[in-house]
Design a protein around this ligand. Structure first.
Ligand code: GLC
Length: 766
């Protein structure tokens, strides 16, 4: 075997070490003491869409050669790379955190013969194509106690061990457990065995594949169809730490406008202005708190983006202004597919400026989506993104408050976009193979830029397709789910894993999109979904109408009760978003985020935390009125009765149809607002903080809920401290006017009011 000598085994430049191995060069860069970037030559020369800006901190690094291996040591970890290019990572206690697998893979997946495939097709079965993502392979040792999380919105359960997944953004209405790919590609994985925890982020947009212990119990692997070897290893002392590191790298979900945390009512479609007036009137009449109504594709003229159908919406601007006086915002859908129509200005502009994807002969590529024959804006090019951003002005001029980007995998009704179709990677022509998984990301990014420029507010964008890092620009929803109990159940692990993958602002279609919902399902869905950061009821054309009043009582009353709970707790959510800008932690969290050493929570699929203080245990099956709840370490209180439970135990709790099992951690202080029908930041001059237990401390954040002024210090930060003999409110940062006039501190039923004394800038009881 070729022996390398010590002299030319590695070269070092600052925090980057280039190691000469038999498999080629490996470039290792220490970005922080816990985050290491690993690349081959090909990857070292490329740029990233997920990681923006320089993430390199000063890291004291030692590099040495020991027993024929290069050893790189940071204050937190040590990496050993041998001459064969195998790499093992140890923590500061010298425990192996992650090791390369040295053996051969044992390929056990059965491929169908051509003949078998034909027989299966004849019987009406779909033949699943094996993944072709195999240009590069990374194989790591799998240990008995390893569990996996992350990967975005993939189907199935919380713990991804034992399953395979593909990253190829796909418009997939079947979201069964066996489906390996959905709308988003977030090639980020968290591995933990309860003792050591790490993250692996493979920053390569080509089609990729994860096998997390299905092929073998000895290893897990990643393969990718193109590009170079490009991944980040990140250490953490627990799952939460790894999420903080990952979001340091790929960006954090920014603080949204506050109204966006309210309730959204949607339908494919509210087709006319009468429909919109009716639905908004009904919401107010029935006292169902709501801030936003969504307009699906039928508001457009023949599905041409950036147009309005004048017959259905004769004066969109007036409609939106009217709704505004009633405190409703409107979000409109915008798909990427541009109708091929010589009379249509968007199409003509795009052709002229060469903004659309092309065939290899440079003619504009066409496929079919809602408008019929359509072309695809090439969002990998800066000029296309700028043009798209400018087009948002059409919407903002009408008074539209946010944009819902759909079909941006991108969907193509007329078969897949051929591999050789030309899309640009900035100034370089490449193909769909590289740019496909980035398409939704770049579209959302352009939409965000346009809305920011036009309104000066924090843009509200929803996207269906995404790549790692899209959380900086957009919220997401999980696409076309079904009105089924299985879909309700899956919402929990799906949103939890999205949260762990950086997407704090995520939701599902409440009630289910495809098929008909029913009163019990919708009721349990709103209970389970009330803490999903993006709270939107949406359903498909041709299905049973799904607004809460369509089902009579008790559905309506229960639905209202939970919307009211959401609005009461809106500041708890907003505080978590504000906190998330610095720790990256999601709103909806699986219990493993904070209790990773507790084996009971490693694959707990029907409970989740909201922040670290609320524990939600929804009913996700029909006919159930009692359920088993696991409460982790510590003491917990029943939100409704105040009854106290000791943690690390299972309890059978009552869950009649109108009751969501909800628990509060001992020592928590939870902000509570009076119930309102919409979010009105200007009117918020009083707030209550309720203590659960004997004592606690809480930090509450307040700003104008709209623009970026908070980034220049225009916010308030309150510290609420409640102890057995002393309650105190401290204004830690005062940059936003006004402050609350009154703050109530509550223990049990006892409420003490404090009032702001402007002369001494403190809160006092009268
Ligand atoms: C897609 C979206 C869905 C939308 C429909 C019509 O199926 O996922 O939410 O209602 O298109 O625009």
């Amino acid at each position: 075997m070729f022996q390398l000598n010590h002299v030319n085994m590695y070269e070092q430049e600052h925090q980057t070490v280039k190691i000469n191995t038999i498999k080629g060069n490996l470039w290792l860069t220490a970005l922080t003491p816990e985050i290491i970037h690993i690349q081959d030559d090909a990857a070292h020369a490329t740029n990233s869409y997920a990681v923006e800006g320089n993430k390199q901190e000063v890291v004291p690094l030692t590099v040495a050669v020991q027993d024929g291996k290069v050893e790189i040591t940071t204050p937190k970890l040590r990496i050993e790379i041998d001459q064969d290019g195998y790499l093992d990572i140890f923590n500061e206690h010298d425990q192996v955190v992650l090791a390369d697998y040295r053996g051969q893979r044992e390929k056990t997946v059965v491929q169908f013969s051509e003949e078998q495939q034909e027989l299966l097709k004849a019987e009406g079965h779909v033949v699943v194509k094996q993944s072709t993502a195999s240009k590069l392979e990374v194989v790591k040792v799998l240990n008995t106690n390893d569990h996996f999380y992350g990967l975005g919105d993939k189907t199935g359960f919380l713990d991804k061990r034992g399953y395979t997944y593909d990253n190829w953004n796909t418009d997939e209405p079947n979201q069964g457990e066996e489906v390996t790919k959905l709308y988003k590609s977030i090639p980020f994985l968290i591995g933990t065995n309860g003792i050591t925890t790490y993250g692996l982020f493979f920053d390569n947009s080509f089609a990729s594949h994860f096998d997390l212990g299905k092929e073998s119990t000895k290893y897990f692997y990643y393969t990718v169809a193109g590009g170079g070897l490009d991944y980040y290893f990140m250490l953490g002392s627990n799952v939460a730490d790894v999420v903080t590191n990952y979001t340091y790298l790929t960006g954090r979900t920014p603080l949204p406008q506050k109204w966006a945390l309210g309730y959204h009512q949607s339908r494919y479609s509210y087709k006319t202005e009468q429909d919109v007036y009716q639905v908004t009137q009904k919401l107010r009449e029935l006292q169902l708190p709501c801030d936003t109504v969504h307009l699906d594709i039928d508001y457009m003229d023949g599905y041409r983006v950036f147009t309005v159908d004048k017959n259905r919406f004769p004066d969109m601007k007036r409609l939106l202004a009217d709704l505004k006086t009633n405190h409703f915002k409107v979000v409109t859908i915008i798909d990427p597919g541009v109708k091929k129509d010589d009379q249509y200005h968007i199409y003509c502009e795009g052709v002229k400026a060469q903004l659309f994807a092309t065939n290899p002969d440079r003619s504009v590529y066409t496929n079919s989506v809602w408008p019929g024959v359509s072309v695809y804006p090439d969002f990998g090019q800066a000029k296309t993104r700028q043009w798209w951003a400018c087009n948002q002005k059409f919407l903002t001029d009408l008074g539209v408050s946010g944009v819902w980007n759909d079909m941006n995998e991108p969907a193509s009704f007329n078969g897949p976009i051929p591999d050789e179709t030309v899309f640009f990677d900035e100034n370089q022509p490449t193909t769909i193979q590289k740019m496909h998984n980035l398409y939704g990301h770049n579209m959302a990014r352009a939409t965000y830029a346009g809305f920011k420029k036009q309104t000066g507010n924090r843009p509200f964008v929803i996207t269906r397709a995404a790549y790692a890092g899209t959380q900086k620009y957009s919220t997401v929803w999980t696409g076309d789910n079904r009105s089924s109990w299985a879909a309700l159940q899956m919402m929990i692990p799906q949103l939890c894993n999205l949260g762990l993958s950086g997407f704090s602002f995520a939701g599902t279609d409440i009630g289910g999109f495809l098929g008909d919902t029913n009163p019990e399902l919708l009721t349990r869905w709103i209970e389970a979904g009330i803490f999903s950061p993006l709270l939107r009821n949406h359903s498909c054309a041709g299905t049973r109408m799904q607004e809460p009043w369509q089902f009579g009582e008790p559905t309506l009353a229960i639905y209202r009760k939970y919307l009211q709970l959401r609005y009461q707790l809106i500041d708890y959510l907003y505080d978590l978003f504000a906190q998330g800008e610095s720790d990256g932690l999601p709103i909806m969290r699986p219990l493993v985020t904070h209790y990773g050493t507790d084996p009971e929570v490693l694959n707990l699929n029907d409970e989740f935390l909201v922040g670290s203080d609320l524990l939600v245990a929804p009913v996700v099956a029909p006919g159930v009125t009692k359920r088993m709840v696991y409460l982790p370490e510590g003491s917990w209180y029943d939100y409704w009765t105040g009854y106290s439970y000791a943690g690390q135990a299972y309890y059978l709790v009552d869950a009649p149809l109108d009751q969501l099992p909800l628990f509060v951690k001992d020592g928590a202080i939870i902000p509570l607002r009076p119930v309102t029908e919409y979010i009105d930041v200007q009117a918020e001059n009083m707030i209550t903080f309720k203590l659960w237990g004997e004592q606690g401390t809480y930090h509450h954040y307040q700003d104008n809920g709209a623009d970026f002024a908070y980034q220049n210090g225009e916010y308030n930060l309150y510290e609420i401290k409640m102890t057995a003999n002393n309650d105190a409110i401290r204004l830690m940062h005062h940059g936003y006017q006004p402050v609350y006039r009154q703050i109530n501190l509550q223990r049990g039923d006892l409420v003490i009011s404090f009032y702001f004394d402007a002369t001494v800038q403190t809160y006092k009881t009268k």
